[in-house]
Design a protein. Structure first.
Lengths: 287, 458, 450
């Protein structure tokens, strides 16, 4: 008996050993690119390519020069632009997504099903084809080359992304709402006082995804901002650093910039991981 | 439910006809002077709103709308011209029509007209309602009452208004514009301001699909790779993500949070950073090849991104790096929800871990994540970032027109617009991509239980 | 159901907003219309003696003097980011030259490479004067985005090199102002090759430079460089004068010899490498590269890396498999300034473009950025040029270079060239299928979408 138990735990130990081994190997693979960006950002020797993993010399100057040598790239300004746009657009987007998803989940009206189907269809067209039209619409209302235009572009279509949040609201028992209605609360009060506080995870999820969008987009910004360097966002700025004229001199600073952009997003993301999972699975999973 | 629908929505025209018959003189006049019925019966603000809307519309139509709308039929007739004049600068350029703007303004005009018609119908409805309430002798709702209703019974309108405006202006309107472009010859040789373009019907679709010439010789193979890519990328990410989640969930494994965080990092770092860095690392002269060469493991650099087959495998693998953490996150919780006793009883029946995975885990997770999987598939058909940032669609091929061996339809159409300004063909391809995505998801959504049993949850 | 006023109110505002949007668009059209009406009458009076006036004006000194009065104007200029300061100084100098006119100049950042897409995106807000690479001229002209050079055309033609002027000319009409010449040539490490050796690529390749050192590299999957081999062998792109969109003979027996040579070159993986800019700079820095083809924009970092061993030369000769030795050609590119066809102040814009490409500004660019001048006074000043070895090599090479063609079809050249270069590199092009691949190459270059 005891012998059998021992062999069992032996088998379990080997199994655990292999689990850890696989996990460690995978972790290394997953971390290599990220570590490499960080190492490159501290690399003293310039140039695009290096044939080795660890730099030969380390320096902080890639970071400092990003902020001090502002003749060609206004990194700090772009960083602030992006931050501003991200905050504004994530507030608007969150409001749009929550309203739409709440309505689609909780309220019943004639056009509900058709609207949901239309939203599904609209999501399937490749978005950037319509860039040029968006540009001229913004120009029509005199908004091109402004941060407001960017905010509108990033949050304007947010109402379409209600599916995940709707799935979440679907899991919140409707009985709570009904009880409140019977007590004489208006639907608006129910939405504001009952539903919103219950939806922390989906709010965090929506905020997170919409906050990240402006940090990642480089296509719409370049169309909207054109020659106005002052109003670029970091993503586009970093992209410019990789152009033929700059890449050799700027690659290590590009890495430094990338690290700086990634830090806030990654920190936010890791802290909010739990909600993200709950949100992404529409509440069917508690993270 | 279906029965209800039919009686409710007796068609718009019969409603209008009936109202005209039943209405008194003011209601009848409301057909022409919007809001009159409300004004006469004391709903001043409501009536004025309708009226000012009508005036606004008329003003718009006179000032711009009519020309914009009629411009749609020709998309411009006057080409830009140069004439010689006798004083400096000796040449004068007479601006012509801009087909692209005419098309856009035409689309805007259609939207405005549609909105107006919608409001006009609402006006008639309001007119007859006011009349009937008055006849019955009941009090007409005041403006305040109406506002209040919009935070209760009609909350859906209030909440949907802004999001819908946003979607209309920033998604639907541009989309209609783009779809219409596919039926014009707005290509490299018809660029404004110097040239006009015009309607060509279905010609672009014929060229792309059946011409057997340059562009259709590229379309079919690129479509094939797009589908293969979408299937493999979705499937592999899903399976490996689930396996990873199971590994981390194993009872003996400690620091579960730490492991998850490590993998989640790859989601948290922007793709344009990680993918461009990977491109650098995987380059022929990049550090990976450099280290492999130095270690003597290979004698010649591996063409990760420069040779067709290698590049296709590489993008799939890098996509695993990007995608596996997502599916790991999604499946982790679901896996924990599977009742433990199912496994126990299977174990007693002598099922091997593999059998348990195939017979219990997979079906359960698939059941819950069906819609997510479809979304991922559509997302991969349109996976612009991974391909464009990693390979830009390269290596380019002599068999293709303006495309490379890893190009998906989306990246190809992006190149067509940016490099060649062939908007009409790009729009055509965009529509075809849409048809592909729509077909796949239509079939799939119908089959997932989540779609059918939407109401069951509540 | 009762109607909601709030919704109505909001919709109303939207309708109004949309009407404004459309009204704005309309207004422009109206302006255009008004303009047309006034100008058509002018047209009637001027078209008859159009040709005559054109000639008369160019020679009429009195008229020219009158032209210096430009009137008040606000102009926008586009230039690359790294030259903004210099550009600002040049524009200030221009304003100072015209004290009697109120000229305001505003700068925007658009590089030469991005100019075409930025201008065509929205010509009405694009800069009045912008700089662009000469391979964009055909598409810009076709789209009607460039204002023809109507003032002082003869003088500009007389002041600049013939090839630069031909790069600015489309269908016999001058459309842009040449600012610098921009072809590529050879950089080499003097410690690895002697001046005799660099005359022939085959001699260079035959030399043993030791382990880990690449004898020679160039960006083979880039049509700009790749074409130098075909042009060297006498092949032509778009006919002998580069204007026939249906002609390209890269697949004739000469092209076949070139293909063979390139395959042989690519097979020597120890001695030959496919280097883009980043790689060649890194390789020079590491001292592992003998020679390469690239342009003046890399002159500074290469000079820094090589120090005393910094060498430049025109492209070398190659010996084809039939024993024939040919001089490599090359593609001449130019940086040009153009005036936007939609500009409100064509006269001032033209004067500014002319100034920005004049002798003085070209000289500044030559000194500051190693931009090779196209102005004849500067280009013939061999002494000054020799002070900059890169420019000296460029000037020598420019004589062998083929001017990049100025027809829109040339936009189709790059992707197939990249594909052909990739095929040579990855070995998918072999002796057996070379002819058919060359045929595909040509088919793709000449492809039309219909």
């Amino acid at each position: 008996m005891s012998k059998k138990q021992r062999s069992m735990s032996q088998a379990k130990k080997t199994a655990n050993f292999f689990s850890y081994l696989v996990l460690i190997i995978l972790s290394i693979i997953w971390l290599i690119p990220i570590v490499w960006v960080v190492l490159t950002s501290f690399r003293a020797e310039p140039g695009t390519y290096s044939k080795y993993f660890f730099p030969k010399g380390y320096t902080l100057s890639n970071y400092t020069r990003l902020f001090t040598e502002t003749k060609q790239f206004y990194f700090a300004k772009w960083f602030f632009n992006t931050f501003f746009v991200a905050i504004c657009s994530c507030i608007i987007s969150t409001f749009f997504v929550l309203s739409t998803s709440y309505v689609m989940s909780r309220l019943r009206f004639k056009l509900r099903k058709p609207l949901m189907n239309i939203a599904l269809i609209l999501g399937m067209f490749p978005g950037f084809m319509s860039m040029i039209a968006v540009y001229y619409i913004l120009k029509g209302v005199g908004l091109t080359q402004s941060l407001l235009a960017l905010i509108l572009v990033y949050s304007g279509g947010a109402g379409l992304g209600f599916y995940v949040a709707k799935g979440f609201f679907d899991t919140v028992p409707k009985a709570i709402d009904e009880a409140a209605w019977i007590d004489g609360a208006t639907k608006w009060q129910v939405f504001r006082k009952l539903t919103i506080p219950l939806s922390k995870s989906i709010i965090v999820y929506t905020v997170l995804t919409s906050f990240m969008a402006p940090w990642m987009d480089y296509i719409f910004v370049s169309v909207i901002m054109g020659d106005n360097y002052d109003k670029y966002t970091v993503a586009l700025g970093l992209f410019k650093m990789l152009e033929r004229e700059f890449i050799n001199q700027w690659f290590t600073r590009y890495a430094a910039g990338s690290v700086l952009v990634s830090i806030p997003i990654a920190a936010l993301f890791i802290c909010m991981q739990k909600y993200y999972v709950e949100g992404a699975t529409g509440g069917s999973v508690k993270g | 439910m279906n029965k209800n629908k039919k009686t409710k929505s007796d068609n718009v025209f019969t409603f209008i006809g009936r109202t005209f018959k039943e209405g008194d003189i003011f209601t009848k006049l409301s057909f022409f002077v919007m809001g009159l019925s409300n004004l006469v019966r004391g709903q001043i603000i409501k009536g004025l709103l309708f009226l000012s809307m009508e005036l606004g519309f008329i003003f718009y139509m006179i000032m711009a709308g009519l020309t914009a709308f009629t411009g749609l039929s020709t998309l411009g007739t006057k080409t830009q011209e140069q004439i010689v004049i006798d004083k400096a600068p000796f040449i004068k350029i007479i601006k012509g029509d801009n087909s692209m703007l005419m098309l856009l303004y035409g689309v805007v005009a259609i939207f405005v007209i549609a909105t107006f018609l919608f409001m006009w119908k609402a006006n008639i409805k309001a007119a007859i309602e006011a009349q009937k309430l008055k006849e019955k002798g009941s009090k007409l709702p005041s403006f305040i009452d109406d506002v209040r209703a919009h935070f209760d019974a009609k909350l859906h309108r209030t909440l949907l208004f802004f999001p819908m405006m946003g979607v209309l202006v920033f998604t639907v309107l541009p989309l209609v514009f783009m779809i219409l472009i596919a039926f014009t010859n707005f290509d490299n040789t018809h660029q404004p301001p110097g040239n006009l373009f015009t309607w060509v019907g279905l010609k672009n679709f014929r060229t792309v699909l059946f011409s057997g010439q340059t562009i259709s010789k590229t379309f079919w193979p690129v479509l094939g790779w797009t589908i293969i890519w979408a299937i493999l990328a979705t499937g592999l990410n899903y399976i490996f993500g689930m396996l990873l989640a199971m590994l981390i969930n194993r009872k003996g494994v400690k620091f579960k949070g730490l492991w998850r965080t490590i993998f989640v990092l790859s989601i948290a770092v922007p793709q344009f950073v990680t993918l461009l860095i990977m491109r650098n690392m995987l380059a022929t002269e990049g550090p990976i090849n450099g280290m492999l060469l130095n270690a003597g493991l290979i004698s010649k650099a591996i063409p990760f991104l420069t040779q067709a087959t290698w590049a296709r495998v590489t993008v799939l693998i890098v996509n695993l790096w990007i995608g596996v953490p997502y599916s790991m996150l999604i499946t982790t919780g679901i896996l924990m929800n599977i009742p433990e006793d199912i496994y126990e009883s299977a174990k007693i029946d002598g099922a091997s871990p593999f059998i348990m995975f195939v017979k219990i885990t997979l079906p359960y997770v698939l059941f819950v994540t069906g819609p997510y999987l479809i979304q991922q598939f559509i997302g991969n058909i349109n996976n612009f970032n991974v391909i464009y940032l990693l390979t830009t669609g390269n290596p380019s091929s002599l068999d293709y027109y303006q495309a490379g061996k890893t190009d998906l339809l989306v990246t190809w159409l992006y190149k067509l617009t940016v490099n060649r300004k062939d908007y009409s063909f790009a729009a055509t391809i965009g529509i075809l991509v849409f048809i592909l995505s729509a077909t796949v998801s239509l079939i799939a959504y119908r089959r997932t239980s989540a779609y059918k049993s939407e109401e069951d949850f509540q | 159901m009762r109607k909601g006023k709030k919704v109505i109110a909001l919709l109303l505002t939207t309708v109004l907003a949309l009407s404004c949007l459309t009204a704005c668009g309309k207004k422009n059209n109206d302006n255009n219309k008004a303009e047309t009406e006034t100008t058509t009458t002018e047209e009637a009076t001027t078209t008859d003696d159009a040709a005559a006036t054109d000639d008369a004006v160019a020679t009429d000194d009195a008229a020219a003097a009158e032209d210096t009065k430009l009137g008040d104007a606000t102009l926008k200029v586009w230039g690359p980011q790294e030259q903004q300061e210099e550009l600002q100084a040049m524009c200030d100098a221009f304003v100072a030259l015209h004290p009697e006119d109120k000229i305001t100049i505003e700068l925007g950042v658009v590089s030469e490479a991005d100019a075409k897409s930025e201008v065509l995106k929205d010509p009405t807000v694009a800069a009045d004067v912008f700089t662009f690479a000469s391979d964009q001229i055909a598409e810009l002209v076709q789209a009607g985005a460039l204002f023809p050079v109507a003032m002082n055309a003869d003088q500009i033609k007389a002041n600049n090199t013939e090839s630069s002027i031909s790069a600015c000319t489309v269908d016999g009409q001058l459309y842009a102002y040449p600012s610098s010449s921009d072809t590529y040539f050879m950089y080499y490490d003097k410690s690895k090759y002697t001046e005799d050796e660099i005359k022939s690529l085959d001699t260079m390749m035959a030399k043993d430079l030791g382990d880990g050192v690449t004898n020679f590299s160039f960006d083979i999957d880039n049509g700009w460089y790749l074409s130098s081999f075909f042009f060297g062998a006498g092949c032509t792109l778009f006919g002998p004068d580069g204007t026939d969109a249906t002609q390209c003979d890269f697949n004739n027996d000469r092209g076949l010899l070139v293909g063979e040579y390139l395959m042989k070159l690519a097979k020597e993986t120890k001695k030959f490498a496919n280097h883009d800019d980043g790689l060649l700079l890194a390789a020079f820095e590491a001292g592992t590269l003998g020679a390469t083809f690239t342009g003046t924009w890399n002159a500074e970092p290469i000079q820094k890396s090589l120090g005393e061993n910094y060498g430049t030369a025109p492209l070398p000769t190659i010996t084809l498999s039939n024993g024939e030795t040919i001089q490599l050609g090359g593609m001449a590119n130019f940086k040009l300034y153009g005036v936007n066809s939609q500009t409100a102040n064509p006269q001032a814009a033209m004067a500014l473009a002319e100034y920005l490409t004049g002798e003085e500004c070209q000289k500044t660019r030559f000194e500051k950025y190693s931009y090779a001048p196209t102005n004849l006074n500067l280009a013939n000043d061999t002494e000054a040029l020799a002070s900059n070895p890169a420019i000296a090599a460029l000037s020598a090479q420019a004589q062998n270079a083929t001017v990049q063609t100025s027809i829109p079809q040339s936009g189709n050249f790059w992707t197939p060239s990249e594909a052909f270069g990739t095929g040579i590199l990855d070995g998918s092009i072999t002796m057996d299928n070379l002819q058919s691949k060359l045929d595909d190459y040509v088919t793709n270059i000449l492809a039309t979408l219909e």
